[in-house]
Design a protein around this ligand. Structure first.
Ligand code: NAG
Length: 187
């Protein structure tokens, strides 16, 4: 499977919202066919970029450098991370951070960490933190200007890697935390 990432800026509850979209392709009789476009909690940009490097390494090891030209560049990871950084710039507060909302137990943590490290590589001034919905219920609040504050950090961008299915909301508190995040705005 080949993963391509796209980024779009959308109008949402807040005046501006960031969409991270993932298109998946599969090989069908020597042509690539798009099989899916993910619009919710898109991930695997980190893993797919690493797999491209693995494919190149294997071709080198088996002496098939002639086939290298058939492996297209994969910029999925930098694409999604630059999207998050563009959204961070639009928020326009240098002290703001990027928040990843994560599951209580995250099997996909390697992919998420790739994003975190790439954001830090692209712009070392931007801090990334990870919180669950329950932690947000315990620790998040809105300032009087409706900035989202968690553990003393102002949140400029949220990447939702959890919260897309009802099972992630253990009680009314997690729903309240989600509503709080949706209501946050400074733009
Ligand atoms: C960034 O947020 C902090 C905390 O609310 C605020 O004091 C500061 O003025 C903001 N900076 C800008 C440029 O809006």
């Amino acid at each position: 499977m080949i993963v391509m990432a796209r980024v779009c800026i959308m109008v949402w509850f807040q005046r501006i919202a960031l969409g991270l979209l993932r298109c998946d392709y599969m090989l069908h009789e020597y042509t690539l066919k798009q099989v899916e476009m993910n619009t919710i909690a898109s991930s695997f940009a980190g893993i797919s970029t690493a797999i491209t490097q693995l494919d190149r390494f294997i071709l080198t090891e088996i002496g098939r450098l002639d086939s290298m030209e058939h492996i297209p560049p994969n910029g999925a990871l930098a694409g999604l991370c630059n999207g998050m950084l563009d959204a961070w710039k639009m928020y326009n507060n240098k002290t703001a951070i990027i928040l990843f909302i994560v599951e209580d137990v995250t099997y996909n943590i390697c992919d998420q960490r790739f994003h975190e490290f790439e954001i830090r590589r692209l712009n070392p001034h931007v801090k990334v933190i990870r919180r669950t919905l329950t932690q947000m219920a315990d620790r998040a609040s809105l300032s009087k200007d409706k900035e989202l504050i968690v553990d003393g950090n102002i949140v400029g961008v949220i990447y939702f890697r959890s919260g897309y299915e009802t099972a992630a909301y253990h009680s009314q508190r997690e729903w309240d935390a989600r509503l709080l995040m949706e209501r946050a705005t400074k733009l």
